[in-house]
Design a binder for this molecule. Structure first.
Ligand code: SF4
Length: 827
């Protein structure tokens, strides 16, 4: 077997003797020989959505995946490196051949919500019926009744965007914006720095090499992106020997002695902790006053001004009481946000708050960083903004060794699909909001629900409604049902075909999301097809690779491009859908060519033609940390603004907005929902503030008296969302809720006991792990465990059986899937 030059036969080509039973054959008989089936080596990558996309070798024998091995393209070094897949990636063979692989198209013939409601059908039947039903939804309700479901990519350029293309060619659809993982921080940083979403700037983790102090709020790359190639690899190298103080409700693997100090902090109270540090910095004159006056806006009182971007926009004065400094000193509300105040809320000792503030101020190049858990909460926007503000107080954004207070992220060396079919409608909702479209789509609005509509559909106050409930949901991967808040309720919402008439999912494995589907279509994996993928989603090392089919497909699977093409043909829209591609190979070539065309900066790495790229298989390049403007511009967020300041930022003031006039104006037109605690301390705020969110530690709602503990959801190293749960990692690290010994003793719980975790919405059962690595009063539960409802209780340990999707963050309307109030008991 031979596949291009890359493939090689790694086994000896001779023969081996057949094993014979002792003495059972005459020595005179010729010994039969069986030709050994040679191993075949192909290049592919891990499909898990942990954002690293580690490349690796697929070693197969006779079309069957045998094992995964580290790739060895290029010399191994720090900047350009050979990828070392983590334990998840190394167990890909078990994932590929797991019992949950979908091998044939499935159609629902029983009620929604049950595993045994499905029968296998032919592809022809699936294509015909889906095309007919999808056409009927368009005809009866219009495009705002159709949504491309939330879901992330698995694999390379055979992606969810082809589903978008199908639905846009068919008349349009509601598309989700942002992502379940980071929507609150993505939104709020736009108000601080003026660039929203993917356009905002980041610092890279390798910039820590230039730092002399790391202050971390829940940054945990070694469990989330454990790879030997991406963020985890870089973090592990660059933090060595650096002073690091870590705050987290859990003692994670990203610590394990790398840190100088570790302190527990109550989930959702990082903003209070930071306000306590801010007070100490102000009181002891440890702030960087010239930086705050020159680069930032609103730490001090401000005069009325005209926006540098709009002569007609007058920005009113900010009084001393309204400024961030005034808020911290308690000039308006009479509450000084001093370390003693912060200690009571956060659980961090007053002395630690003071000493951390002093260490931060004493550092020359501090790197202040937060994990995404800090913002995946109902007060997540102000939590994330508070971390950035802390860095700003000491002038630690925009210099060598600094971060932006955010998670380090990629500057976007993703492949780009060829120009897709434009969506004929403008109607978009936050990633978290899709379950509400089922019954509230008619009334969901721009101001109340963060819906994006065509300006022509808005009234004079800038508001408007979708005006249509959801009738068809088309999903590709992502397991949206399992991963959204309140799985018990979503199951009920989607159970009636009279409400959502058509639900279709394309995926590789059966997930809990499948059992409300009408059709389930088996997707191929990146090991069963050719593909073009980006690797190493971080800022230091980059790459593109060609994945080559290395194994025989498991079952009757097809690529997403092909599935959507066949449906499009039956709807008579294949000409529009295909964007000029008639098969998988052409779609990959078009993607490569388009990516190269729009990235002239990559021309020195990317061969001119697709054929040459296929020949090369993999390209890697790096951005080493060097003492140059170019390197600083790459690795340090907002370098040019802070160092040269030649151009104003795109905020209303042109500066880094600690005080945001846009948010002040937004607050004026927003209504505070009933579920928001009356004594919260804020909702939408011009300055970042600690607030008491719904079901947070300090929520005094009497209905929560029976739920004294806090859930702390996190990304476990044992699986990526629901992926890799059927592998040997289950034996190495069985699913378990982390319970502090004091909380466990009070309830008679020991490690290994099955416990029931209950919130105001539902129950989930999982094994207990009693450990001092979680804060007292907090229960840690890895997100992504499978929702498995039995008599109203999830027996799979799913954390979203506890969380809510009806409660939303004030600005982005994201959900707080990282925590809520709970109680636990031994089953
Ligand atoms: S780090 Fe992520 S992409 Fe890499 S092998 Fe592990 S799970 Fe896969």
């Amino acid at each position: 077997m031979q596949r291009r030059d890359f493939l090689k036969l790694s086994a000896a080509t001779g023969t081996v003797s057949c094993v014979t039973a002792c003495g059972s054959k005459s020595n005179d008989e010729p010994v039969p020989t069986i030709p050994e089936v040679a191993e075949v080596e192909t290049l592919s990558a891990c499909e898990a959505n942990c954002a690293a996309t580690c490349a690796f070798k697929v070693i197969s024998r006779d079309g069957v995946l045998n094992r995964i091995e580290q790739e060895d393209f290029y010399e191994d070094g720090f900047d350009i490196r050979q990828h070392r897949p983590c334990a998840k990636g190394m167990s890909a063979a078990q994932k590929i051949y797991a019992p949950e692989r979908i091998k044939n198209p499935l159609k629902r013939v029983g009620p929604r919500g049950y595993k045994d409601s499905y029968v296998e059908i032919s592809w022809e039947q699936a294509f015909d019926e889906i095309a007919e039903k999808l056409s009927a939804v368009y005809e009866n309700y219009g495009p705002k009744a159709v949504m491309r479901g939330t879901g992330t990519n698995h694999g390379g350029s055979h992606s969810i965007f082809w589903v978008d293309n199908l639905l846009c060619a068919a008349g349009g659809c509601i598309t989700p914006f942002s992502a379940m993982s980071f929507s609150q921080v993505e939104r709020i940083m736009g108000y601080v720095f003026g660039k929203f979403r993917h356009e905002r700037d980041f610092s890279s983790v390798v910039e820590i090499q230039n730092s002399d102090f790391i202050l971390s709020f829940g940054f945990n790359p070694l469990e989330v992106n454990a790879s030997g190639s991406g963020l985890g690899f870089e973090y592990n190298h660059v933090v060595e020997g650096k002073p690091m103080v870590v705050f987290d409700p859990r003692y994670t693997d990203s610590c394990l002695g790398r840190e100088q100090e570790f302190h527990f902090v109550r989930p959702g109270t990082d903003a209070a902790l930071i306000e306590g540090m801010a007070y100490h910095l102000i009181e002891n004159n440890l702030i960087n006053e010239s930086y705050l006056r020159e680069k930032c806006y609103g730490f001090f009182a401000e005069e009325e001004m005209i926006s540098p971007h709009d002569n007609n926009r007058i920005l009113p004065a900010v009084t001393e009481e309204e400024s961030y400094r005034g808020h911290i000193l308690g000039l308006k509300d009479g509450v000084a946000k001093n370390p003693a105040w912060a200690a009571k809320i956060s659980g961090v000792p007053e002395s630690v708050i003071k000493s951390t503030a002093e260490q931060l101020a004493a550092a020359k190049n501090p790197y202040v960083v937060a994990g995404w858990g800090v913002q995946r909460q109902l007060t997540g926007e102000d939590n994330a903004r508070s971390v950035t503000t802390l860095a700003l107080l000491v002038g630690a954004v925009g210099n060598r060794g600094n971060s932006t207070g955010e998670l380090p992220d990629s500057k976007g060396y993703m492949f780009s699909l060829p120009p897709l079919v434009p969506n004929p409608i403008t109607c978009s909702v936050n990633y978290h909001a899709w379950p509400r479209l089922v019954r509230e789509g008619e009334t969901m609005s721009v101001i109340k629900d963060n819906v994006v509509l065509d300006p022509a559909d808005l009234d004079e106050s800038g508001d408007g409604v979708i005006g249509q409930n959801l009738k068809a949901l088309f999903v590709r991967g992502g397991n949206p049902f399992n991963q959204a808040g309140d799985t018990h309720k979503i199951r009920e919402l989607l159970s009636d075909p009279a409400e959502v008439e058509l639900i279709v999912t394309i995926d590789t494995h059966l997930t809990p999301s499948m059992y409300v589907n009408d059709y389930i279509l088996p997707d191929s994996t990146m090991y069963e097809r050719d593909d073009f993928a980006s690797t190493n989603m971080n800022n230091g090392a980059m790459g593109f690779l060609i994945a080559t089919q290395g194994i025989e497909p498991v079952g009757n699977v097809k690529s997403t491009f092909e599935i959507c093409l066949e449906i499009a043909k039956r709807m008579g829209i294949d000409d529009v859908y295909s964007s000029g591609c008639s098969n998988d190979e052409e779609s990959l070539e078009a993607t490569y060519n388009f990516t190269r065309m729009i990235r002239p900066d990559l021309h020195s790495y990317m061969p001119e033609t697709w054929a040459e790229m296929k020949e090369k298989q993999m390209i890697k390049w790096a951005h080493p940390v060097e003492d140059s403007d170019e390197s600083a511009r790459w690795h340090v967020g907002y370098w040019d603004y802070v160092q040269y300041g030649t151009e104003p930022l795109e905020t209303p003031t042109g500066k880094i907005d600690i005080y945001s006039h846009s948010l002040r104006e937004f607050a004026e037109i927003s209504e505070i929902p009933d579920y928001w605690p009356k004594d919260s301390g804020g909702y939408i705020n011009a300055i970042p503030k600690f607030m008491v969110g719904p079901e947070s530690y300090l929520d005094s709602n009497e209905a929560l008296d029976d739920f004294p503990l806090q859930l702390c959801g996190y990304h476990t190293k044992a699986h990526v969302h629901t992926q890799y749960q059927s592998t040997w990692l289950k034996e190495a690290m069985s699913p378990a809720a982390w319970v502090n010994p004091t909380d466990a003793a009070a309830r008679g719980i020991s490690s290994g006991d099955m416990i029931e975790i209950e919130s105001p919405r539902g129950k989930t059962q999982v094994e207990a792990k009693v450990t001092p690595r979680v804060m007292q009063g907090v229960v840690g539960l890895g997100q992504g465990l499978r929702f498995n409802p039995e008599n109203g209780t999830c027996t799979g340990g799913n954390s979203n059986a506890l969380t809510s999707h009806d409660y939303n963050s004030p600005i982005e309307k994201g959900t707080g899937v990282a925590n809520c109030r709970i109680n636990i008991r031994k089953v």
